[in-house]
Design a binder for this molecule. Structure first.
Ligand SMILES: [Zn+2]
Length: 274
């Protein structure tokens, strides 16, 4: 009997360690802990996934920092400059793309986009690798921009439209800033990843002026808006005030109350919409 108990205990322990290591891997794999590319606060009114206005047919594919024209921009991660371009009055305007690889994803390329700049540093050369924190140039309002800001975008796995990821999941993390972070997934009643929904209830730190709500939309062609579903989650809300938080999904369709601690990433149990 004792032998049997020992056997089962050992088996349980192995399972526990396995589950723990899986959880740790998926957690750590997502945590690049990148610094902000610019000292300016995030534009709370137009977060990743938000529609620009009610007639927009797709969501915002990056993060906007409210940087006045002429603010210094620095690379967030080591990598090779693959584009140093100027699209004139269209799209990204003056922009730089840096390709990099992260130790957690040795076979996966990351593409960091720094857009709408007013000036690209003359010392930056294409096909040259630079360390994190390299001066890239000055922020501006070039290209398709309604005001001065830095549009920062991350693509993962491929350098195309559908490979965009929410930079919030890669930038400054709760483990360093005394804020809390929540991550999780919202599913439809049929079990697929929910789109075009708003999540509210978390309060962001005022020092960075994030918005308090989050939205996901579908693209005009019906394809899912790029998100973090590859990692088993489809929302990520960082730098929020700790405490008991009631998240509200899709204007009250569901709520879930979680305890968010400072310097901790809390995984919220999955929510299925009615
Ligand atoms: Zn933007």
């Amino acid at each position: 009997m004792r032998k049997k108990i020992f056997k089962y205990s050992a088996l349980l322990l192995i399972c526990f360690v396995f589950v723990l290591s899986c959880a740790t891997f998926s957690f750590a794999g997502y945590d690049l802990g990148l610094p902000s590319p610019v000292s300016s606060p995030v534009n709370a009114g137009y977060l990743y996934g938000e529609k620009l206005n009610s007639s927009s047919t797709y969501g915002h594919m990056g993060m906007d920092f409210a940087a006045p024209i002429g603010t210094s921009i620095y690379s967030t991660y080591v990598g090779k400059v693959i584009t140093k371009g100027d699209l004139g009055g269209a799209s990204y305007g003056k922009y730089i793309v840096i390709e990099s690889t992260h130790p957690y994803y040795t076979n996966t390329k990351f593409y960091h986009y720094y857009c709408h700049m007013s000036e690209l540093s003359s010392s930056i050369q294409v096909n040259t690798t630079y360390p994190a924190g390299t001066y890239l140039g000055l922020s501006g309002q070039t290209g398709n921009a309604s005001g001065p800001h830095l549009h920062y975008e991350i693509r993962m796995g491929a350098n195309n439209w559908y490979a965009q990821r929410n930079p919030e999941g890669f930038l400054g993390r709760s483990s360093k800033d005394n804020y809390a972070a929540l991550r999780g997934k919202v599913l439809t009643s049929s079990g697929s990843y929910a789109r075009a929904i708003r999540i509210s209830g978390a309060t962001k730190g005022t020092d960075v002026n994030y918005g308090a709500s989050y939205s996901y939309y579908v693209m005009e062609n019906g394809s899912a808006f790029p998100d973090e579903s590859a990692y088993g989650l489809n929302y990520y809300i960082t730098r929020i005030n700790p405490g008991s938080i009631t998240l509200n999904y899709n204007n009250g369709a569901r709520t879930s109350t979680v305890s968010a601690s400072s310097n901790t990433d809390t995984l919220v149990p999955s929510v299925s919409l009615p």
